[in-house]
Design a protein around this ligand. Structure first.
Ligand code: BG6
Length: 481
């Protein structure tokens, strides 16, 4: 018994999270259209995007882990772990293949009906992202992506259709995945191809405005069509520290952090903050707005703040601030270990972020992504001993328990990638997050067989005990030995 026990509320949503384009595969099956992710090679951060699918090229999302055909087997495993919720996205292009059609694709709607039914059969609450780096490619090639206001209407149509269709199945929604990554990866987050460095900021802030209006409309519709449903905003909010205590560095880090918090400030408070007006003035940015926009934003704010947290970053005055939101790796932090992919491991940073965000907004938080991406080996007995993943999970959950004790209102926690999926950033299979191993390698070889890793039983035990096992640290080390 420790003083930390019983901190997780009884109804805490323990779960896992994936995205359609990183898991489903079946990219052109049953009428699905091409999304922006379907033409990316080598990942949305490190790779390149073609203008159309080019035969013979290797696109990670085309096959992914074939979740489209194997979701029943996978959900049975999630249920065995005891998951209370499961976050995934609806691939917009399954519902509207080009994005601008008037009528939806019934086969696409049917797929998600079945998927949600399967989750509900086990009492797993679906938590749904409407757009996870998956805007229909046609909307980029024809209209210029979210830089064009017309996309708001297409998105509204899509939202109306899915809210009506799934109103008895889905209560937790969010609009755009990691919306603040518009600064760092504008193609993925805003479906825009930046025309030039000179116009970049103008394009980003105009696009952001369209995404805000689309989110406000989606929130309005969601509340009208599904009473009691909750619509969230979703940001990438790994923490940012000043590199030194030099006030110049402290303020530079603060300013960079605000580039991210700008998005949640608008979506949770419902208005443009004063500091962005200074940025617009200094960079001669003119955001075109229509009558009624500001009222919509004010009246239909998000119900909760969902975010991803993986690591921390340090930042120094003089480093380029524009174009960054903190998604950068920053300078080395000598106090922290790193993952094999060089991501600093900082569990206390997660407690810090929870407190920072709850102090700022006093709205419920939902940790929608947190995870350890590493390379796994199947040993000669067929086991996968992923102690580093168990350790990462334990460290972060202990800090979450602290945050709850600090008074933070937390809806739940969804581990990123409870089953191995394709990495969004690099397009690899080798960078694995799962508690469940998928037999597929970077070259596309493998049987797709699913196999439990050591962490599978660990997470199961965490959920079973509502987090109480966490505090018995010796048990983590000896678990399953
Ligand atoms: C988040 C994204 O930024 O990070 C996910 O929402 C992504 O789509 C996750 O997979 C982890 O990043 P990566 O590059 O390791 O897959």
């Amino acid at each position: 018994m420790t003083t930390l026990e019983k901190r997780f509320p009884e109804n805490f949503l323990w779960g896992g999270a994936i995205a359609a384009n990183q898991a489903e595969g079946a990219w052109n099956v049953d009428g699905k259209g091409v999304s922006l992710s379907d033409v990316v090679r080598g990942g949305i951060v490190e790779g390149t995007a073609d203008e159309c699918v080019i035969e013979g090229r290797d696109y990670a999302s085309h096959e992914a882990i074939d979740f489209y055909h194997r979701y029943k087997e996978d959900i049975a495993l999630f249920a065995e772990m005891g998951m209370k919720c499961f976050r995934t996205s609806i691939a917009w292009t399954r519902i509207f293949p080009n994005g601008d059609e008037a009528a939806p694709n019934e086969k696409g709607l049917h797929f998600y009906d079945d998927l949600f039914d399967e989750l509900l059969k086990y009492g797993i609450e679906p938590v749904i992202t409407l757009s996870h780096y998956e805007t229909p490619l046609h909307l980029i090639n024809e209209y210029g992506g979210w830089a064009n206001r017309k996309l708001i209407g297409f998105f509204e149509n899509y939202c109306r259709v899915v809210f009506n269709r799934y109103k008895n199945k889905v209560k937790y929604w969010m609009t755009f995945n990691e919306i603040n990554n518009l600064h760092t990866i504008p193609y993925a987050a805003g479906a825009i191809r930046i025309s030039s460095e000179e116009t970049k900021l103008q394009e980003i802030y105009q696009t952001a405005h369209h995404l805000f209006i689309a989110s406000a409309i989606a929130t309005k519709l969601c509340h009208e069509i599904i009473p009691g449903a909750r619509m969230g905003c979703m940001l990438s909010l790994s923490i940012l520290y000043p590199n030194t205590c030099n006030p110049d560095d402290v303020f530079a880090a603060y300013e960079l952090r605000r580039r991210s918090l700008f998005f949640s400030d608008v979506m949770l408070r419902g208005y443009y903050p004063g500091y962005v007006k200074r940025i617009w003035k200094e960079y001669r940015i003119e955001v075109h707005m229509e009558a009624g926009d500001l009222e919509l934003m004010k009246e239909h704010t998000a119900d909760y703040l969902g975010f991803s947290y993986y690591r921390s970053t340090t930042f120094k005055a003089g480093m380029p601030i524009l174009g960054h939101t903190g998604g950068i790796m920053g300078l080395d932090n000598p106090y922290l270990d790193k993952t094999e992919w060089g991501w600093p491991i900082d569990a206390i940073g997660l407690r810090y972020v929870c407190n920072e965000l709850y102090d700022r907004y006093q709205k419920p938080l939902f940790i929608l992504e947190n995870g350890y991406g590493g390379h796994d080996e199947v040993d000669k007995n067929g086991n996968i001993n992923d102690d580093a993943r168990i350790n990462y999970l334990n460290l972060h959950l202990v800090e979450i328990a602290e945050a709850i004790e600090d008074g933070v209102d937390l809806i739940g926690y969804t581990w990123w990638g409870p089953i191995d999926i394709v990495s969004a950033g690099t397009g690899e299979m080798r960078k694995r997050y799962g508690f469940i191993y998928v037999d597929k390698d970077n070259e596309g070889n493998g049987t797709f067989e699913r196999r439990k890793k050591k962490s599978f039983d660990w997470y199961k035990k965490v959920i079973e005990t509502n987090g109480e096992v966490l505090f018995e640290k010796e048990e983590v080390a000896s678990f399953n030995e």
